[in-house]
Structures are given as C-alpha cells and as structure tokens.
Design a binder for this molecule. Sequence first.
Ligand SMILES: Nc1ncnc2c1ncn2[C@@H]1O[C@H](COP(=O)(O)OP(=O)(O)OP(=O)(O)O)[C@@H](O)[C@H]1O
Length: 330
Amino acid sequence: MNEEIIAVKQLHKQYQESQASGVNNISFAINKGEIVAIIGESGSGKSTLLKCMYGLLKPDSGEVVFNGKRVKGPDEQLIPGHAEMKMVTQDFSLNIYAKVYDNIAAMLPNTNVAAKEAKTLQMMEHLHISHLKNKKITELSGGEQQRVAIAKALVSDTQVLLLDEPFSQVDSLLKNQLRADIKRLAKEMGITVVLVSHDPTDGLFLADRLLILRQGELLQNDSPEQVYQHPTALYTARILGNAVILNREEALQLGLKTDKAQIAFYPEWVELKNTWNSRRFEVKEVYYKGFFDELLLERNGVQIRALQLNSGEHQKNDHIQANIGRFLEF
Ligand SMILES: Nc1ncnc2c1ncn2[C@@H]1O[C@H](COP(=O)(O)OP(=O)(O)OP(=O)(O)O)[C@@H](O)[C@H]1O
C-alpha cells in the first residue's frame, strides 16, 4: 500500500523583491520510496519549492507536512533544514580540507566506531568512490564531489533525499551512471527522492512521477509516460521532447486540421513512409546524431523535424513522403 511521506498543501511563496511568485498555491503528495522529479524552466520555482520542503524557506501560506508533522521554517529552529531529510545542493556543502572518507563518516555518531567505519565504506562502495577514500575534496572532479555529497547525504539513515540539479556537473556518460546509481540506491534502501532539474531526461529516466512547473504553477503531476505522451500544456511538450510546434495555418499547410490555435508533435511521431495520408516533403538538412539522424523537412514553407533511424537513408535535397502519425492540440 502507498504510504504518504510528504504532503505539500497549497504552498505559496512570493519574494518581496520580485513580481513573479516563487511558487503559487501548489499541492501534491509523495509516497514513501517514490522518486519524484520536479521539472521546469529556469525561474519556474523548482528551488523555491525544494527549499520550502526542506525548511530553508518559510512559505507565505500553506504548508509542507513530513510524516504527519508540519515542516518548520528557518525562523522556528536553531539549525534550518530537516533532520530526517537531506538536501544536496549544487555547491555540495563538503568540507574541502577533509578527505572523502572523513566527509562521509562525519555524518555518523562515534558511539560504535566499527559500525561507523563499516557503514562509511559500504556507502562509498555503493557510489563507486572507494578508490577516492583518502583524497581531499579539492583533488576531485565535479562529478566525484557530487558522488561524495550524495554518499554523505545517504549514510545517516536518511528517509528523504532532496537533490537540486544533481547532474549539472557531470558529463553525459557519468550522468547516466549516476542516475542509474541513484535509482538503484533509492529502490534498494527504500529512500524517497525528490529531485529538481531543468533537464527533462533526468525525470524521464529516473522518476516514478514528474511534476511540471511553470512560473510557480504546477501544470501536471503524473507518471513520466503519461506526461510525455499526453502533456496538458504546450510548455510541457516543448520542454520534455523538443516538440515541433505549429500554428493552425501552418498545420493546414501540412493537411492537419485543428480548431485549436496550435498543434505539437514529437519528431519521433513523424512516420517516414508512403501511405494514403502521407505528404511530400523536401529534406532541407540532415543532422547526424549517432545512431539516428534528425531531418529538417519542409513542405509549403512549413518546416518540421523527424527522426531517421536508418542513418544516411535520405539525404539533403531528397524528396520524401512523411506522415504526422499523431499530434496534440492546444
Ligand atoms: N531570493 C530571491 N529573491 C527574489 N526573487 C527570487 C529569489 N529566489 C528566487 N526568486 C525568483 O523566484 C522565481 C523562482 O525562482 P527559483 O530559483 O525557485 O526557480 P528555479 O526553477 O529553481 O530556477 P533555476 O533552474 O534557474 O535554478 C524566479 O522568478 C526568481 O527570480
């Protein structure tokens, strides 16, 4: 059965200095063990939401409830933050003069020295940083520091891990490994993870649930599949899948009728085949993407993008048949 661990209730936070509200009357709940990704453009309120959840920011109204108790604001406690949650921010908050091992071990009590050492070593193994044990933080790459920060956050029986842009410092290969590690650890250890990112692939790859934020508003709260396949706003389709967006007149040029102002579709929804309803397009550009090409196609002055899985099959200036198999209306 799903057990609720965090409830965000009509949370509202507006900064005095700024016109836009940080977050605007947001409500949602998170179950124990879930991985939730909060996705939105820069300035959409992701960090504000995370800080309110952790108790670093006091909301103007509404509340965050953790295990049945209201999360206190920074003015209500000696050390702002929450004892049973850990937040890893982009600056990692590591002791740069101490060794990796000591940074992590410092989170554990000295009551049982053997257990402290065993736990620290195990957590380092989990995050593939055992070989860095005696290195100083200043000797590590950004990605390595990130792993240490996560190990440090998880070593002390943390229930909830809050990650602010967790993969911003790592290259794409390491990013995939770190994402997979976080997912595995969260599921193995039963930890609840809330991460905020402007990169939608973080959420699509990792999360059980996506929350889409735009200008402080919660637009959608659903599984990654549902949000990707059935975005309720154009904004969501645009940030999640780099969707092609056409206005009604442009759509009509391609034989697509709509009563709405705009349509959107992902490049992978364009079928490159000759069917009764396909249309003739000119290939304007071919962008090599490794195991596939992205094609820029044009018909009647309207440009769209499509994926070509058989890399090199169609070339620039070719005329090909394409059918937009599915589109969304907004
Ligand atoms: N301390 C502050 N004072 C005034 N305005 C702020 C402050 N912090 C954030 N804001 C404003 O609140 C809005 C939301 O900011 P927030 O940092 O939560 O967004 P974000 O989605 O995390 O952005 P990013 O991805 O760039 O970190 C923005 O318009 C921002 O300018």
